[in-house]
Design a binder for this molecule. Structure first.
Ligand SMILES: Nc1nc2c(ncn2[C@@H]2O[C@H](COP(=O)(O)OP(=O)(O)OP(=O)(O)O)[C@@H](O)[C@H]2O)c(=O)[nH]1
Ligand SMILES: [Mg+2]
Length: 491
């Protein structure tokens, strides 16, 4: 089944279910929402413990100051950011009821949302509409910190992402952590353990956040962070809970994407100081902000620069300028590249955007399964059979199950074959070149040759009398993936 036929199958079964449940307005309405949701942008939630850097990373992804990062009331409610013609914000009250429009204003760059006296506990969610190309394919959802001292704040995130009585409204989650903590594992397990289509952690990417703070801002902080992320990627427990782990310095990325000319000028002044003077100044945040005499930048300007870049960002920016990176655009590009944001965006594109239909199908089947279990009736029997047929028959789900079994070592293959199998199954991205592990720019003849080669090898493994049943079964799934890749390539 190709992605679009999977989409068609899911839409069809949803329509039939709406008809079957037409006498149950709540169920029919809920299924209808899922039918509409299928055609909407992917919903990506950003979650993690308090102050993991969620709102900052959201802003970095959009490239604008949108999500508030201070301690205001707004950081305590689930807030959606969606693309739209005119800026606006709507408050959806808890327990249903019509949304209310709120005032929205910009204060010193970032967005201010005034809850107009409504306590955070009475808010189900805020929906901020903002014209932005980056929100067009994916809606971003900022969630309050897990493990907050305020029980209400944490609870709102749990209710949203791991509700007890319904599937989550998010299609995928970006989970931020500064180090791996038992709270993080607990959350990922709960998020992962939902409903029929739970086969593999296809909808979760973990981020080692605030990467610049690893090793207290040493010059090689980002390298160390990348090494830790790579260790997490091969950690057996985490492999079963998320697709991959990427290290990102969100603050650096966000500031770089919104770097102002006057900030660049201030940085060049710092970079022009004699080396030992600059080193002394950048020894600590207190010294940098409070020092007098040496630089012609006021303490306010220095304080603001520190807030925007952190010690690591200040050191890196001045070093780059000294090394000859000239102009604010060039500096911004280099900072973004080093921050890990480009890598994260690539992973988001291959893991989530390219798999949109699969993630949407998964959300819809979980919702449908819930209705079928809550209100069982004879007329729904064919629907149950159809859901099973889609889950068993859609090769995408077979791929997910096998990736999960390989990671959980339910099926054992030699290490080098595991990596190749996962790649061919689409674990590193859905497009042919990524599956085949060749350059993205490869021409169709090269792709074809690589696909035929992989097909031949996995066929032999599937047919070999030396392969045990589990291995032969796994190889047959990979063979189908190879055939699927070939079918998408022009002859
Ligand atoms: N050094 C550094 N500081 C960061 C980074 N990301 C965020 N911060 C700072 O950490 C603080 C919290 O950042 P937020 O983005 O508000 O974190 P959050 O996870 O949204 O916080 P809550 O919503 O309150 O749970 C702010 O002072 C940020 O400037 C980062 O990558 N590096
Ligand atoms: Mg926040």
């Amino acid at each position: 089944m190709t992605e679009s036929t999977l989409g068609t199958a899911v839409r069809t079964v949803l329509r039939r279910a709406i008809d079957t449940y037409r006498d149950n307005p709540e169920a029919a309405g809920w299924l209808h929402q899922h039918l509409t949701r299928f055609d909407e942008p992917l919903r990506l939630a950003i979650a993690g413990k308090v102050k993991a850097g969620k709102s900052t990373l959201l802003n970095a992804l959009v490239g604008e100051d949108l999500a508030p990062t201070d301690a205001g009331e707004c950081t305590r409610v689930v807030t959606w950011y969606v693309d739209g013609h005119a800026p606006g914000v709507a408050l959806y009250p808890r327990g249903g009821g019509a949304p209310r429009a709120l005032r929205i204003e910009r204060a010193g760059g970032s967005l201010r949302i005034d809850l107009a006296g409504t306590p955070a506990d009475d808010v189900d969610r805020l929906v901020v509409t903002w014209p932005s190309a980056s929100l067009r394919t994916t809606a971003l959802i900022d969630t309050p910190g897990i493990g907050s001292l305020s029980i209400g704040t944490s609870a709102r995130t749990h209710q949203f992402l791991t509700p007890e009585d319904s599937p989550t409204a998010a299609d995928a989650v970006l989970y931020l952590m500064r180090h791996l903590h038992s709270t993080d594992v607990g959350f990922l397990e709960a998020f992962h353990d939902q409903g029929v289509a739970r086969a593999a952690p296809v909808n979760t990417i973990a981020v080692l956040s605030r990467a610049d703070e690893v090793g207290v801002g040493r010059p090689d902080a980002l390298l160390s962070a990348r090494r830790i992320a790579s260790r997490y990627r091969s950690d057996n427990q985490l492999r079963g809970l998320c697709q991959t782990v990427v290290a990102v310095a969100g603050l650096l990325a966000h500031t770089a994407r919104t770097l102002r000319q006057e900030e660049y000028v201030a940085l060049t002044r710092l970079a022009a100081l004699p080396g030992d003077e600059l080193d002394m100044l950048l020894l600590s945040a207190d010294r940098f902000v409070a020092a007098d005499g040496t630089v012609e930048l006021s303490p306010e300007v220095r304080g603001a620069l520190y807030d925007r870049l952190g010690m690591f960002g200040l050191r890196l920016s001045t070093t780059l300028i000294r090394q000859g990176v000239g102009g604010s655009a060039a500096l911004a590009t280099e900072l973004v590249r080093r921050s890990g944001l480009d890598e994260l965006r690539r992973v988001l594109a291959t893991q989530f955007t390219e798999r949109r239909d699969l993630l949407k199908a998964r959300s819809a089947l979980i919702a449908l399964d819930l209705v079928l279990r809550r209100d069982p009736r004879p007329a729904a029997a064919p629907l149950i059979a159809e859901v099973e047929r889609i889950l068993d028959g859609a090769h995408e789900f077979a791929e997910l199950r096998l990736i999960s079994e390989l990671r959980g070592r339910v099926v054992r293959l030699p290490r080098e074959l595991v990596d190749e199998a996962e790649r061919l199954l689409g674990a590193e991205g859905d497009v042919a070149a990524r599956r085949l592990g060749v350059d993205i720019g490869s021409d169709p003849a090269e792709l074809r040759a690589a696909a035929l080669d992989a097909l031949g090898q996995w066929r032999r493994r599937a047919d070999s009398p030396l392969s045990n049943r589990a291995v032969a079964g796994a190889a047959r799934v990979v063979v189908r993936s190879c055939e699927g890749i070939l079918a998408t390539l022009p002859r």
